[in-house]
Design a protein around this ligand. Sequence first.
Ligand code: SAH
Ligand code: SF4
Ligand code: F3S
Length: 461
Amino acid sequence: MAEVIHLEIAAPVSSAPPKHVQQRFHVKSFGCQMNVYDSERMGDVLTAQGMAATDSPDDADVVVLNTCHIRERASEKLYSDIGRLRQPRRDGSRPTIVAAGCVAQAEGAEIAVRAPAVDVIVGPLAYHRLPQLLQEARGGRVIDIDMPAVPKFDALPARRIAQASAFLTVQEGCDKFCTFCVVPYTRGPETSRPAADLIAEAAALVARGVREITLLGQNVNAYAGGLSLSGLIRELAQIDGLARIRYTTSHPRDMEGAGGDDLIAAHAEVAKLMPYLHLPVQSGSSRILKAMNRAHTRDSYLATLARLRAARTDIALSGDFIVGFPGETEADFQQTLSIVHEVGYAAAYSFKYSVRPGTPAATMADQVPETVKDERLARLQAAINEASLAFNHTTIGRRCTVLLERPGRKPGQLIGKTPWLQSAVVSLPGAVIGDLVEVEIVSAMPNSVEAVPCATTQSPV
Ligand code: SAH
Ligand code: SF4
Ligand code: F3S
């Protein structure tokens, strides 16, 4: 049963008459790709109720804020958005406001007190019940932050996505409990969807024109849904019309030793599996990694990368970094800078440590001053930009495919992704979004490359 709490302080939903007969919804997504997937699925749920999507929150009857709790600044975005949405519009109406996602899960009761304008508070594992919750919200605010045993995926309608590249959540939750992180508390324990369901969902996506699928999970390489992740990838690779498979985010711990062998072998053997791996290390200092409870060291991480590179020489690597974790010294930070140079990341994301109440690191001694974090972040980002540019330079002259995803800035230009997940600007008369085109990379910038149509018969990556 859903935990549905009716709070007396809740104001009834807008009484102003709707201007349009068909109800409209707008979903705003914050945070990670798993939230992007969930946002799309909430859209599917509302569309199945006869509602229509709108790009603007201003003409929506229902606005869903799909929130992220990972850092303090991410969390605060919910409250600034609510502040705007609760202002009456010209006709006196305001939308029904739904707070969804990880902030809703972590701070459900607090949101109700701090932002009384919110009508529905729903966690990431309960949003399949959105229609029922919207119905109940007519009588006052509802909160559903249950983590139900019946998987939401079984209750969701068919997907309606019409894009060349789609996300597919295969695994949710986290059992790793890194000392800085809220995810185990907001997404619950690791669970994997059954492989058969995923193969069916992937086949349906391909039938809708999807060419690339990115398998998602907070710890995607811990996937265990009857098949391992590599087994699932091998099955998906059998689907005709599916050209590319990716997966994210992986944890180094699940790739170490014999446990990682089959996934690493898949990188060598499955042509549709793209040569790219996001494997966050967080810090280059084994001392800090221990305090973070990452269960890998600098050396074990580098050993995993060496095995990957032996299996697939051109694999592009990316990572996440946290600077200013409690107790991080300049010497620890130097180790982080040196690992960036040593690995030669194609891309990496770096963050200042943000205190998350309730996590073990929040109460650790030796919190690093904000000014030191700022200064380290700037140095780290400079090192990452240098590494990305150097990686992009190594790809000049390579022939590869690009999956075109959006228009470029100049007329006739399209932007897509190379196998190594670089943004590639392509000018190719007659090409349209969704095409998988063969190109040669001709120049490199820090965050993108330029490519021209391939004039060769040689088969590209
Ligand atoms: N499951 C993934 C990451 C999920 S969160 C993994 O284990 O790598 C995405 C990234 O946010 C993390 O990799 C980390 O770099 C960052 N992050 C998480 N908690 C944070 C915090 N409290 N402060 C700053 N960055 C954080
Ligand atoms: Fe957070 Fe660590 Fe789990 Fe990643 S592995 S989601 S960083 S607790
Ligand atoms: Fe944020 Fe939740 Fe994703 S906290 S990063 S939206 S799992």
